[in-house]
Write a new protein. Sequence first.
Length: 419
Amino acid sequence: MKDVELRIKVAQSLADVPATDWDACAGDIAHSPAKAKDEIELTSEDNFSSQLSTRRQVNNPFVTHGFLSSLEESNSVGPRAGWQPRHLLLEDVSGHLLGVAPCYVKNHSRGEYVFDHGWADAFERAGGDYYPKLQVSVPFTPATGPRLLARAGPLAEAVRGALADALAEITTASGLSSAHVTFLTEPEWRLLGERGYLQRTDQQFHWENAGYGNFDNFLGRLSSRKRKTIRRERKEALPTGIEVHRLTGPDLTEDVWDAFFAFYMETGSRKWGRPYLTRDFFSIVSEKMRDRILLVMAKRAGRWIAGAINFLGHDTIYGRNWGAIEHHPFLHFELCYYQAIDYAIEHKLERVEAGAQGEHKLARGYLPKTTYSAHFIADPALRRAVAEYLSRERAYVQAASEELAAGAPFRKDLVEPDI
């Protein structure tokens, strides 16, 4: 690695890691407290400056210090939640942070959206202890993004490789059953596969912006039946008296968060039994990331009745949680899907990621996209069984995705013919 000596450390809290250093590894240059410009200048004190590029990287809101530390400070993650932070840090001999990975020791498999309950049951029936395990992810957030975070430059790939190897070594040395890297990028997935991690795929539904000028332009690309259905749904979602408001920045007041948290708790309690995020989370993340949050809220008769929270990347709007205390036909689709498309078109964003699952999104212009996870299994017998299972599962996921894509709602006459 060009004679650069690296040291692995583990942080039990993001409070122990300077936000600027973490975000430099996360590629969050434009939104970090450091200089908000396309290039960040390294000073003469940076003894590795000759080896690091200053090129700006794409940012993802969920791997930022602001988002992850909000989870910790609000006690949404921590020992009581069964998510114990054990963040991996990679430094040079001078203590400069070159790479990080958001890691958690877990004693359950909740809040991950990549399901391994069957693996845990099988291993424990065979006399093994599946928990605790190591989870490399953004808690409660099924959104693709980088997980092996490295400062930009010629060392970046080597740093990611060192992080991948360290995860496996720590898992074995600590007596953990496994390490799971979920919703990572495809290049990271391939890197981990080359290092012996088992590879898993799944799918979500994302909307892609084809340069639409407005929502009607998008509808014009759909088949007539789907176009009429969406227009009807949007009309019926907002009967007389319901207003939609988009809130961001200073609009995100504590009163608004009180209302949204009530929606979140009401809907989340019915869906999951126990919502993951605390009320404090929304206040803390709003303080740290208010310009990267879009809250779409519905009001009727002077009070808030429903809402959906979105986070903004540089080219993507990420739909996260939704809730309501009044239920009106198609209001969920309007607040979560159609308003997000509207916003992406208006702000020239490339895509909308609307979270996990939901084949009903296909009819609304969201197409199947592959998601990735990688798994290091310490026990050889469990590893063989999981590898066989994943081989069959990957084939199923690919076939299902192709079948769903064939049912896309777009007009067939707009598909370019093969040459």
